[in-house]
Design a protein around this ligand. Structure first.
Ligand SMILES: O=C(CO)[C@@H](O)[C@H](O)COP(=O)(O)O
Length: 229
């Protein structure tokens, strides 16, 4: 079942290593078949060197139950499921511990939009979630999804396809697993650029008109991951 999606998700997970976004077993990528209501995700704790497409785990979107696979699904599966349910336009999700985006997440700071590179891919500042409450810690991964959805109230998740989970790390999403990985790579790069920019000039700013010009030039007024709807 879902062999093609398993292959796509498997390749996208290996691309995290190719792009230096993860080491060891850190991070994860998932994809979704919305017609079947099934999510394919990386197995938990498996080295990328040893991983196979057949190791990918299939999970029911509605119940979270494993419907296919001998290995445990990623520990972050509850987070992915909350986002797929809340963000109907996404087809793939990535979580990494990429250095600069994770540093901004650990610092609890949004990555402000101060460059045209950022503006080409993320319309708004890349938001960081707030501290979770003691009650939320009980179901950390599920509540991580809920605080992301809460943080995106008033932010178009299609136009800004990524978030920083406070004191943890980045998540990005896209039309499919490959697009989600692409956005994860861009996110790490703009996190690094912003960090260095603020070291050069802590007071740096960007004219919002330049943001609009670059984002709409690339994505159009009714953007959908770069294509007009
Ligand atoms: O951030 C964490 C754990 O804190 C996870 O995202 C790990 O980095 C990957 O866990 P698995 O996907 O292998 O369960």
């Amino acid at each position: 079942m879902l062999e093609e999606l398993k292959e796509k998700v498997f390749k996208a997970n290996l691309d995290l290593v190719k792009h230096n976004l993860v080491i060891f077993t850190w991070g994860n990528v998932s994809g979704i078949d919305r017609e079947k209501g099934l999510v394919v995700i990386k197995p938990s704790g498996v080295s990328y060197d040893e991983m196979k497409a057949s190791d990918m785990v299939v999970v029911d979107l509605a119940t979270g139950k494993v419907v296919e696979g001998d290995l445990n699904p990623s520990s972050d599966t509850p987070t992915h499921l909350v986002l797929y349910r809340a963000f109907p336009e996404i087809g793939g999700i990535v979580h990494t511990h990429s250095t600069y985006a994770t540093a901004w997440a650990q610092a609890g700071k949004d990555i402000p939009n101060i460059g045209t590179t950022h503006a080409d891919y993320f319309h708004d500042a890349i938001p960081c979630t707030k501290d979770m409450t003691e009650n939320q810690m009980g179901e950390y991964e599920k509540e991580t999804g809920n605080v992301i959805v809460e943080r995106f109230k008033g932010i178009n998740y299609v136009h800004t396809p990524g978030v920083l989970v406070k004191n943890h790390g980045p998540l990005s999403w896209g039309t499919d697993p490959d697009n989600a990985v692409y956005n994860a790579v861009v996110m790490e790069e703009v996190a690094k650029m912003a960090f260095v920019s603020f070291m050069v000039n802590p007071d740096t700013t960007m004219n919002p008109l330049l943001v609009e010009k670059h984002f709409s030039r690339k994505h159009g007024p009714n953007a959908y991951y770069g294509q007009k709807k």
